[in-house]
Design a protein around this ligand. Sequence first.
Ligand code: SF4
Length: 437
Amino acid sequence: MVYKNIICPVCGGSCDDVQVDLDTENRTIDVQNACKMGNAKFQEVVSSHRILKPTIRENGKVKDVSWEEALEMAADILVNARRPLFFLGSETSCEAQEVGLHIAEYLGAPADSNATICHGPTVMGIQESGMVGATAGQAKNRADMTVYWGVNALESMPRHMSKYGVFPRGYWTKRGRFDRTMVTVDPRVTPTAVASDLHLQLNPSSDYELLSAMFTILNGKEPHPSVEEITGIPISVMKQTVEMMKEANFVAMYVGLGVSSSYGKHRNIEIALNFVKEMNNYTKCNIGALRGHCNVAGFNQLASYLYGYPFGLDFMKGYPRYNPGETTTVDLLREKDVDAAFIMSADLVNHIPADAAKYLADIPMICLDIAPCPSTTAADVVLPGVIDAMECDGTFYRLDNVPVYFEPFTDSPFPETKSNEDTLKQLFAKVKAKKEA
Ligand code: SF4
């Protein structure tokens, strides 16, 4: 059967035009409109390596158990730990993340999500200086200049250029690519850089200096000549770029981990945001982050409106605290400041430094996921995950922080649970019952 307008749950693009032809008898799925990354995830619905049974590790051996046994053991681990870590990954809905945050609050535990290892510095930069933002639709319809800074959009969010950023025909950009100037700022010659009209190939980790020099030029001053050697970009090219931006009608600037995770971190983002604010004295200019996972923005929004902080929360004192470098996942693991972990919809072991991953593998760990990965291999309890936007409904926040409600085209394969939110509610009930007993 064919289903239309399905939302892709892979990257922050949250493409909402995917067409799926699901053959339940032959267990095949044909996907139209999604990119390769999206297609691969849709294939998980029928894949043979999907996690379909809960498992626990007993005396070093992994064995299949009933849903009830796995939940019991997971609840025991969480209740008996002095300080369990909740890593509420972004490949699931805000509704599931919300229940996870409530369990962490109930147990007085730290709770974190993917931003801690990706766009955390972006969020911190926004807290410092505020952000001039725009929806993806505004950029599509208005932007006649697109700047990708420290991001290889063609490979990290493959449909961004065709759906929002460069190629689509908008209301004021009727000729699509021909009505847009595209600039890439990246130390590497990426496919995005090759497709650009202008590539500023700056020296690695000199984003702050380049932004600072362009900010100086924007204010009508001459940057210090040493900036040419530091950044590798001639001042004349910096001036040309600033002039192009001033002359555009609407500039859409996108930053990636190349800015937020190079030297300077959130200070890079802060100066980029201030540069964009200043640019609005001359033309309309906005900035946004290209987020690699579908609901990174969702956790930031949810945690901020529920508890006041976007990631790296700690409920140990009975109220939420936030101190990146202390209450964030890698720091908690490096300091051996947690003694158990609950990981949902994220392969955390694969994404953190080796010493932190080793400690994580040494402590009791519960994983909720859809497919085997290093984290599920190291886990003591594995709970099968339900695939959001395919098998259950819920909400994601898109890259531009717009909430997107998604509906499923098939059912959860598990009679015991309808969604990850449902699984977490069951776990919360068990944790409460054990704690209160
Ligand atoms: S660009 Fe992102 S959201 Fe769109 S189809 Fe590809 S992986 Fe899915």
